[in-house]
Design a protein around this ligand. Structure first.
Ligand code: DAH
Length: 336
């Protein structure tokens, strides 16, 4: 019997059991109800007592050997599953990616364009005081120009929501001396009825450049550069306008063209697109913030981001920017 078991041992050792099917056949052959080990166990009963120890140990070794082969095949199977069953070169499934809000896309692009010619970004508070929003910008008390912008007043003394980002100009001019070359993005608030063309909260970008010998020609060139970069259009015009804090003041239009029906609609039939307000900083504004207007001069400009984004993406209703409807927002997911 010892010889028989030893023979079986080497037989088992020599076999290679590589997959689950083979392991099952192997198990049935050796450990099954009519398997080899069953017979051996029967035979073992007839082994003389003095031999039982030796034969028993050998029999156990055989059993363990068989068991290990089966376990080993299972392990192999798992290894095979990961190495060949799963294709590791397959591209991963899609991760749902968010997208930037169209207002953020346009804001980033505008700031980037100005940063390329040396403008840095500054921000200021949304809850302001009268000085930074009005008085420091040459709006005298009771002056009708204050009515150009309907203001939200906050309870308490001298607190209001800024109606424009021009307030950040004042803060920066008070804080430091020229040269100042900054762009100031931010949210502004006006007490206006919400409609497809206006909202009580929206976004602006303000620009300010103060140094020695800054002229109106510098303003024009800066704005022309912006129009070329942002709109890809090379023709602008400046129409005389009025703002209390700039003198002279102007509004800039970009020549858009009048070829298609859309051109007619977005330019109201003129071919020109209204883009921003601008002007030379009024010397009184410089002086009010502690900058010597005999030494320094500067220009400023301010634009509404929603308006520009509406033109860019052909959005007919400004309220869409604030509704956060995913069907709307997802349309911008391919834009950087
Ligand atoms: N603050 C103005 C507005 O909200 C826009 C503006 C006009 C800003 C002329 C300027 C400027 O800096 O020079 O309507």
């Amino acid at each position: 019997m010892i010889e028989k078991i030893q023979q079986l041992l080497s037989e088992v050792e020599a076999q290679s059991v590589t997959n689950a099917d083979a392991a099952e056949a192997f198990r049935i052959h050796y450990l099954g109800r009519k398997g080899v080990l069953k017979d051996l166990t029967e035979e073992f009963k007839a082994v003389p007592n003095e031999m039982k120890r030796e034969v028993g140990v050998l029999l156990n070794t055989l059993k363990n050997e068989i068991q290990q082969k089966i376990e080993g095949a299972k392990g192999d199977d798992q290894a095979v599953a990961t190495s060949s069953g799963a294709d590791l070169t397959r591209p991963a499934g899609d991760l749902p990616l968010g997208s930037r809000h169209p207002i953020s896309i346009v804001r980033r692009e505008i700031l980037d364009i100005f940063s390329r010619i040396g403008f840095t970004v500054c921000e200021g508070p949304e809850v302001e005081d009268d000085w930074h929003v009005f008085s420091g910008l040459n709006f005298p008390p009771e002056h009708p120009a204050r009515d150009m912008q309907d203001t939200f007043f906050v309870e308490g003394e001298d607190r209001l929501l800024r109606t424009h980002t021009s307030s950040v100009q004042v803060r920066e001019m008070e804080r430091r001396q020229p040269p100042i070359r900054i762009v100031m993005p931010g949210r502004v608030f006006r007490n206006e009825a919400v409609s497809s063309r206006s909202h009580c909260a929206f976004h602006q970008i303000e620009g300010l450049y103060i140094d020695k010998d800054v002229s109106f020609a510098d303003l024009k060139q800066t704005l022309l550069y912006f129009a070329k970069e942002f709109f890809g259009k090379a023709e602008i015009r400046l129409r005389p306008s009025y703002f209390p804090f700039t003198e002279p003041s102007a509004e800039m239009d970009v020549y858009w063209g009048l070829e298609t029906e859309v051109d007619h609609r977005i330019t109201k039939g003129t071919g020109w697109l209204e883009v921003l307000g601008c002007g030379m900083v009024d010397p009184a504004v410089l002086e009010a913030s502690g900058i010597d207007s005999k030494v320094y001069s500067g220009f400023a400009f301010g634009m509404g981001i929603e308006r520009i984004a509406m033109q860019r993406y052909q959005i007919g209703d400004l309220r869409m920017f604030f509704e956060n409807d995913l069907r709307f927002l997802k349309q911008f997911s391919s834009v950087s």
